[in-house]
Structure formats: structure tokens, C-alpha cells
Design a protein around this ligand. Structure first.
Ligand code: 4NP
Length: 152
């Protein structure tokens, strides 16, 4: 069994989308029973909230239902529990590295390192943006998710 934690700032846009998409990819690949998947935010403002309605709508267009997910904050236990702790951007990465016990720091990396097509290093925050930011998030986490499945 492998475990994966996706991390962004608020846990209402990018990391819940990454979680839902990766669950979907694992189901498609028939490996769901071999992977534990969760997401969390480095910030706690949205704890208990469902994903942003824009994230939910964009995911649902691709057949992925995020409505049952609820935001939570990263906890100290997460560094012990998870095998992979995957940050959406550099700010998330630095925050995680600052909080992690040294012995678990090797688990922390940028999610886009697993991407096969995209050449960007980060999943941009769509929260304050206009337009197709949520579509872009979906494209990026789909790409990285396919790469991660290969590695697990
Ligand atoms: P996320 O997006 O980190 O992808 O969930 C954000 C959600 C909320 C806020 C910032 C980013 N916020 O400032 O409330």
C-alpha cells in the first residue's frame, strides 16, 4: 500500500482537484485498493468546506465528482503517515519543508515533477483568477497523475 497527500494553500481548489483526479485515474487503472489518497492545505481558513464551486463544476464536466470532499489543514501526523507529500507550488513546498521533521523531508516534492507532457514546475493558483484557470489545473493534475501512477 502506498499513500499520497496532495497539498495546496486552501485545500479548496488545486489539491482537492488533484485528489479527485488521482482517485479517478487509480479507479480507471484498477489500482484503487493499493493507494491511499488524501489532500490538505497549508492554511486553515477553509477547513470543513467543500471544494470551490468552480473546481467542482470543472471536474464534473470531466466526470469527476468532488462534492463529498472537505478541506482540512496539514497536520504533524501527515509527515509520518504519507509516503508522498506533493505540493502544487513552490510556496506550498517551502511551507511543507519548513514544517517537516528532517527524516521525512524526502517525501516532499512538487507534484508537477511527475508530469509527462507539461513543462511547468507549478500548478498555478486559480482562486483569484478569471477564465480557464480551473481547466488548466485539471489538465496539469491529469498529466502529473498519469506520471505518478507509473511510479507507484
Ligand atoms: P487552493 O486555492 O490553494 O488551490 O485551494 C486557494 C484557495 C483559497 C485561498 C487561496 C488559494 N484563500 O486565500 O482563501
Amino acid at each position: 500500500m502506498k499513500s499520497v497527500l496532495f497539498v495546496c494553500l486552501g485545500n479548496i481548489c488545486r489539491s482537492p482537484t488533484a485528489e479527485g483526479v488521482f482517485r479517478y485515474l487509480c479507479e480507471q487503472a484498477g489500482v484503487s485498493s493499493r493507494v491511499d489518497i488524501d489532500s490538505a492545505g497549508t492554511g486553515a481558513w477553509h477547513v470543513g468546506h467543500p471544494p470551490d464551486v468552480r473546481a467542482q463544476a470543472a471536474a464534473l464536466k470531466r466526470g469527476i465528482d468532488l462534492s463529498q470532499q472537505r478541506a482540512r489543514a496539514v497536520s504533524d501526523a501527515d509527515f509520518e503517515v504519507f509516503d508522498y507529500i506533493l505540493a502544487m507550488d513552490q510556496a506550498n513546498l517551502q511551507e511543507l519543508l519548513a514544517r517537516s521533521p528532517t527524516k521525512h523531508a524526502h517525501k516532499i516534492q512538487l507534484y508537477m515533477e511527475f508530469a509527462q507532457d507539461a513543462t511547468v514546475a507549478e500548478v498555478p493558483d486559480p482562486y483569484y483568477g478569471e477564465g480557464d484557470g480551473f481547466e488548466r489545473v485539471l489538465d496539469l493534475v491529469m498529466d502529473a497523475g498519469k506520471g505518478l501512477i507509473r511510479v507507484l
